[in-house]
Structure formats: structure tokens, C-alpha cells
Design a protein around this ligand. Structure first.
Ligand code: RIB
Length: 316
């Protein structure tokens, strides 16, 4: 069984700021660092570090060759990443504030230049029972899902960043949804539900409210997609899951966050990696929780993703 992550590769320009820049404001940043990122690349690296054979497909421009080297260094096969002329690599402008929270502005670049021909060529190397991992930072998602489903691949979808295109996908083909509260609410048609990222969660009353919300959301999604495993991340409140073993809850590990970028991607990669290695859902959630706790204590996206040895030693 092989895992194909068909997803974005970004150059992340990360600015340390006192607060997120406001409308009409000009704000000086404290520092600029350039990291490898993109939800696809991050999840591929997390999958490989979790211990599964991982193939990445996607596209970069000539300026993004170093991203392939980063993937390879983590053990990811990059044979199916196209290097395009005349298109620049996708990038992200990331503001990272004093609390370690972030906000992200994306430029799709080569990530939005995927063609059905590339999808056909890549998927031709995979077969029934192989696993496809997707996010929402490339184009042609619906086509890729249709073809993968036709050839019997299992599909995991992290519908992030959430937008209107997600509702037009053949979501009935998805075997695993990995999402946050805001994304879950939007899939259910409840736009008012806010995402967990960046929220306090310190007060006991608030904690209970979010936990109950998470349980309600994950159960509602499971009703809508009864054949899928639904994994909902709740930030500091941990995660909840509805799958073959019913409702499961996993606490997060308390750490001091310096940068939450790629925490969700780390969780996704280690959770799926655990499942694919045969761990029970609860144990896969625990390993993913540990991995993302380590990731938020480090700066950057891909560079913050821990090794399996670090995860197994944590909290040490
Ligand atoms: O999930 C974090 C990622 O989102 C960053 O690496 C950035 O590139 C954006 O894709």
C-alpha cells in the first residue's frame, strides 16, 4: 500500500509581528524567515516522518527546486512533482504574532497549474487500496478525486483552506475527513461556527462549551458522511473523532506555543500515518497530538515537524 499526497508546495515568508496588520495600517515586522511549507508538502513530510512510504505530487516553478530537496530529505518520493517553466512556485505570507498565532495570505502559483493530464499520469502509478491525501491548495481536486475513486484508492481530505469549491467536490468518496471546527461548521452549512486556532480556551466554562461543540459537530458530520472517519481538531481543546469505534476524545498536550503554523498538517500526517500503520484510532490521535504539540514549540512550517523518535519520547 502506497500513500500519495497530491498537494501544494509553498515558500513561506514568515514575519514576526506584534499583532496582525490591520486595514489601512503599515506595520514593521521584527524579523523575516523563509521556510518550506504548503499544506501538501507539510503533510507529506509528516506522513513520511510518521513512518509510511509517501509520494508527493504537485507542481513548483524553477524557484521551488529546494522544496523537492526538503521533501527528499524527509524520505518523501518526489518523482511526481512537476517543475514548470514560466510559473513561479506558490508562496505564503505568514504573520506570526507574540502569542504564536498566525494568519496566512496565499499565492497559488504553480499549485494552481495542475492539469488533468498530470493527474492521469500520476494516478496511473497507483492502484486499488492505495491512499490519496488531499488539501484545498491545488486545482483539479474534483478530477483527481473522481479518478482516484474510480481506481479504488482510499481518500483522505483536509478541506483547508475552506472555500466554496469544497462543496462542489464529490465528498461522498472521502474515507477520512480531517478538519477544524470552522471547516466542520461550513461543511454542515453552519457559517457561524468559528475555528479553534488562536482562541484562548483558558476558562473552564469555555472549555466545556468547545468540547460539547466538537462532539456535536463530529457527530453531525458523521451523520452526513456515514462511511467516513471524521477527525476534528479543536486546538488547545484536543481532538474528537467519529469512526469505527464510535466517539473518541483526545486531550492536547500543554506546551508553550511559539508558532502554530503547520500544527494541523503535523496532526494530519501523524494521524493518518498511525492509521496506515495499523494503530487503533485512539492511539493514532494520541501520537498526532504529541507530534503537533512538539511542532508548535518550533518556528516555521515543515522545519517544525518532529521525527517519530521525538514523538515517541514526548513528553519525556
Ligand atoms: O498549514 C500551514 C501552511 O499553510 C503553510 O505552510 C502555508 O504555506 C500554507 O499553505
Amino acid at each position: 500500500m502506497k500513500v500519495l499526497c497530491f498537494g501544494s508546495l509553498n515558500v513561506d515568508y514568515t514575519y514576526e509581528v506584534d499583532h496582525f496588520v490591520r486595514k489601512g495600517e503599515t506595520l514593521s515586522s521584527d524579523s523575516l524567515q523563509v521556510f518550506s511549507g504548503g499544506k501538501g508538502l507539510n503533510q507529506s513530510i509528516a506522513l513520511a516522518k510518521a513512518g509510511v512510504e509517501t509520494y508527493h505530487a504537485g507542481a513548483v516553478g524553477e524557484d521551488g527546486r529546494f522544496l523537492l530537496a526538503q521533501l527528499q530529505e524527509a524520505g518523501v518520493n518526489t518523482d511526481y512533482v512537476a517543475v514548470l517553466e514560466d510559473v513561479r512556485t506558490g508562496n505564503a505570507i505568514i504573520q506570526n504574532d507574540r502569542e504564536g498565532d498566525n494568519c496566512i495570505l496565499l499565492y497559488g502559483g504553480a499549485n494552481q497549474a495542475i492539469t488533468p493530464a498530470q493527474a492521469d499520469e500520476v494516478l496511473g502509478h497507483f492502484q486499488e487500496g492505495d491512499f490519496l491525501v488531499l488539501q484545498n491548495e491545488i486545482n483539479e481536486l474534483a478530477y483527481i478525486m473522481e479518478q482516484a475513486h474510480r481506481q479504488g484508492m482510499r481518500i483522505a481530505l483536509n478541506p483547508s483552506p475552506m472555500d466554496g469549491k469544497i462543496m462542489g467536490l464529490p465528498l461522498g468518496y472521502v474515507d477520512y475527513f480531517l478538519l477544524n471546527e470552522g471547516e466542520a461548521g461550513q461543511l454542515l452549512g453552519q457559517d457561524a461556527v468559528k475555528p479553534a486556532q488562536g482562541e484562548g480556551g483558558q476558562q473552564p466554562g469555555r472549555r466545556m462549551g468547545k468540547a460539547v461543540d466538537g462532539e456535536r459537530l463530529v457527530k453531525a458530520l458523521s451523520g452526513k458522511f456515514p462511511n467516513a472517519v471524521i477527525l476534528l481538531t479543536l486546538g488547545k481543546e484536543g481532538s474528537v473523532c467519529m469512526g469505527s469505534q464510535g466517539f473518541l476524545r483526545q486531550d492536547s498536550y500543554p506546551v508553550t506555543a511559539v508558532d502554530t503554523t503547520a500544527a494541523g498538517d503535523t496532526f494530519t500526517g501523524f494521524f493518518l500515518g498511525g492509521i496506515l500503520q495499523g494503530y487503533p484510532l485512539q492511539e493514532a490521535m494520541d501520537r498526532a497530538s504529541k507530534a503537533s504539540a512538539i511542532a508548535v514549540t518550533r518556528k516555521g512550517a515543515a522545519p517544525s515537524i518532529p521525527s517519530i523518535q521525538e514523538v515517541e519520547r514526548f513528553p519525556g
